[in-house]
Design a protein around this ligand. Structure first.
Ligand code: ADP
Ligand code: GLC
Length: 468
């Protein structure tokens, strides 16, 4: 089967979060399973672009509204990612350093999608599946079905994977002219609540819809930022498929970012050495249980309640735990998290920014990883934590509840709580410090969770069933 993935992110070319990890791994494992999977994404000006070799695959012309634009598609020469990676360059729109956050993101991602279909439209054959990810590629199912310019592709099956339904890319109807000419009777396929909504449109028009865990699929019918009725109506073609993790990238035995590699057998000594190095770097006490948070500092991740929860524990359970935070996002949260460093320098450190290498060191060194997310469609951090012998502490929601069991249950290996509140986090930390004392139980939990299989092979099979 030939599968073309269309996405705004793909690791290691460009990653802002888990979407990048998934699009960098799923095609690789589809290829290993004997299929022909490719990825097409915008040509941002990233380090990966400049440090690899590319060949021009296609040069074309298209229109965004009335404006003509030229685009070029280049292909990575060596297949080093385990699949063919194509980049779309549109001068003036996609030639930027960052992935998101520009005022003209609407124009950037619509022109990207138009360029992709213009390119596919002139192939001598058709792909079996066009697999689009999130709203940035969400106009493609509509365009395939309804735009006159792409009528040749009308029978190509499109699959939408929703990684996060909070972001929908809504635009006013005044921007309708940006899309290539379409069958005007079909305007309703673009509309949700009197606006153009690319995510809603993709849910309506895609041949099949998946999201990244079964629990999140169920939640969408009750909480999906206004799309609840749509998910209820379309539930027949929707399915939850849990993400996997790339065990080649995330392997504590071979991970080049780590100071000391370790396996299930050597986990206790290995983690201890990594922790010592990391704690020394940030002036933390290596003998205390180390709690880490890694992620986007936004409301979905409940980052706003972290400062209060940390202060609560640092005041009331003084000297019982150390904390290390890595993340960026909301400026007010960044400031509050940074301020704690001055109050508790030996027990707390916070790095504001994005640092892939440090994140790997943290998964390897930490005793506990905190994820109090309000919304978590799948969550990859907790699965990386499991693989690196770090106990996940998660709110029972979405993919977190599908991947973590509570240590109070039979063969439970993590810590779960119900509310994204300072009290629940403080209580969970209290439970963690207790189990940390019980060395035999703690070691059993580590070894048990490191052996849980979250590899992509299982999910690849499920995607194949969706494609058929
Ligand atoms: P989301 O995609 O919602 O941000 P996920 O749990 O699916 O959440 O994936 C987050 C990914 O981004 C993980 O690979 C995590 O390690 C990484 N990540 C998040 N924030 C940072 C950061 N500040 N520095 C390095 N890696 C980060
Ligand atoms: C999104 C979700 C996250 C998920 C990731 C990859 O960013 O917020 O929960 O793991 O996509 O699917």
């Amino acid at each position: 089967m030939e599968i073309l993935h269309v996405s705004a992110e793909c690791y290691p070319m460009a990653k802002a979060g888990g979407l990048g990890d998934v699009v960098g791994a799923l095609p690789k494992y589809q290829t290993k399973a004997g299929h022909y999977a490719k990825v097409v994404m915008p040509m941002y000006r990233t380090k990966f672009l400049y440090s690899n070799e590319w060949a021009v695959d296609y040069k074309g012309v298209a229109f965004l509204g009335g404006a003509r634009f030229e685009f070029t598609i280049i292909k990575e020469k060596t297949n080093k990612l385990g699949f063919d990676l194509y980049l779309v360059d549109i001068p003036g729109l996609l030639d930027r350093e960052k992935i998101y956050g520009y005022q003209d993101d609407t124009e950037r991602f619509i022109s990207f999608q138009i360029a992709v279909l213009t390119w596919v439209n002139q192939w001598s054959h058709q792909p079996d599946i066009i697999h689009v990810h999130d709203y940035h590629a969400g106009f493609i199912p509509f365009m395939l079905k309804n735009c006159f310019a792409f009528s040749k592709l009308a029978m190509v099956k499109s699959v939408l994977t929703i990684h996060n339904a909070q972001y929908q890319g809504v635009i006013g109807w005044d921007k309708y002219y940006l899309l290539p000419e379409y069958d005007s009777f079909k305007w309703g396929d673009l509309d949700w609540n009197n606006a153009i909504n690319p995510l809603a449109s993709a849910v309506k028009c895609a041949w099949s819809v998946t999201t990244v865990s079964q629990s999140y699929m169920n939640e969408l019918r009750f909480h999906s930022n206004g799309l609840e009725k749509l998910f209820e109506y379309e539930k027949g073609k929707c399915r939850g498929i849990l993400n996997g993790i790339d065990n080649e990238v995330w392997n504590p035995e071979t991970d080049n970012y780590l100071d000391h590699n370790f396996s299930v057998k050597t986990v206790t000594a290995g983690k201890k050495k990594n922790k010592k190095k990391l704690c020394n770097l940030f002036g933390l006490d290596e003998h205390l249980p180390l709690f880490v948070f890694i992620g986007r500092l936004v409301g979905e991740k409940a980052a706003d309640i972290l400062p209060g929860a940390f202060l609560n524990v640092l005041h009331h359970q003084a000297g019982k735990a150390s904390f290390l935070v890595l993340g960026s996002g909301d400026k007010a949260v960044e400031a509050r998290l940074s301020a704690i460093m001055h109050q508790y320098p030996q027990h707390y450190y916070c790095v504001i920014g994005y640092d892939e290498a440090l994140s790997h060191k943290m998964y390897a060194s930490a005793d506990f990883l905190l994820m109090p997310s309000r919304v978590e469609p799948c969550g990859l951090n907790q699965m990386y934590a499991l693989r690196y012998g770090t106990v996940p502490m998660v709110r029972s929601t979405g993919g977190l509840q599908d991947t973590v069991t509570d240590m109070g249950e039979y063969e439970g290996f993590g810590i779960r709580f119900n509310h994204a509140s300072e009290g629940d986090i403080a209580h969970a930390i209290y439970r963690a410090t207790q189990v940390y004392q019980s060395k035999t139980h703690f070691e059993w939990m580590r070894k048990y969770m490191m052996q849980i299989d979250h590899s992509w092979e299982r999910s690849v099979d499920e995607y194949m069933q969706v494609y058929l």
